[in-house]
Design a protein around this ligand. Sequence first.
Ligand SMILES: Cc1ncc(C[n+]2csc(CCOP(=O)(O)OP(=O)(O)O)c2C)c(N)n1
Ligand code: SF4
Length: 288
Amino acid sequence: MATLKDFRNNVKPNWCPGCGDFSVQASIQRAAANVGLEPEQLAIVSGIGCSGRISGYVNCYGFHGIHGRSLPIAQGLKMANRELTVLASGGDGDGFAIGMGHTVHAIRRNIDMTYIVMDNQIYGLTKGQTSPRSSEGFKTKSTPSGSIETALAPLEMALAAGATFVAQSFSSNLKQLTHIIEEGMKHQGFSLINVFSPCVTFNKVNTYDWFKENIIDLEEIPDYDSSNRVMAMTKLMETGGMLTGIIYQDKVKPSYENLVPGFKEEGLSKQDMKISQADFDKLVAEFR
Ligand SMILES: Cc1ncc(C[n+]2csc(CCOP(=O)(O)OP(=O)(O)O)c2C)c(N)n1
Ligand code: SF4
């Protein structure tokens, strides 16, 4: 059985020292080993951004896509081979700005995969512009007088779009993050995991200390019921979206692929895809 070591490769991440993305990488590797995967059973598809590099830093199948497009690729991959455990990942810019259309529809489509957003509330790779997650008043080179736009509330957005698994964690909490990724991998449907993953180089406001002061863990909320969508929405709104933990999970709704009639359990690579001459001729005849 594979261990954590088997999910490590010899590529040295070029993230800045202290970047939150290191912990996300470590948590994915731990979670994959803990749920009993082998490297060849896992695929990570990423977008563009500092966070997007993660697909090259884990020993498994990796696909570094284009900006905002990790989800179409990941969904295609899962539909082509449902035996694979598929992770999509990227930054808040990748998923909530250019890729937002894909994010909303992937959530409501509910294909069985896990989407990890490394949310640093800024564009890191392009050297620090305002993102849809930046707070009002946030000053960067692109908003020198402070952002006048409302920050996106991704988890409320996900609930409204019909998400079946909504969770949030923090890079500093490796234990919780690993557990949530494991649960996301095990969930039968689309799981969204937003991770507060500080950019130590360009975001001097939403720092590790800032998150520590502002995060509210679900364990602090008495009688919280993660199967109650209305409670999830209410608590998120009451806490300004700063909740961490598994905020909502619908364990009943079948995933997309389980609703497709005749969709084969076995990956395409293992199926006999040959078509007989008779069937081929019949098909061609339909277009005459
Ligand atoms: C189509 C397209 N538009 C813009 C860019 C430039 N670009 C690259 S990464 C990025 C944003 C990075 O921010 P985020 O997705 O939050 O990831 P981070 O670097 O913070 O991890 C942008 C705008 C691009 N590569 N492709
Ligand atoms: S610029 Fe920010 S997000 Fe990018 S590697 Fe450095 S700390 Fe991480």
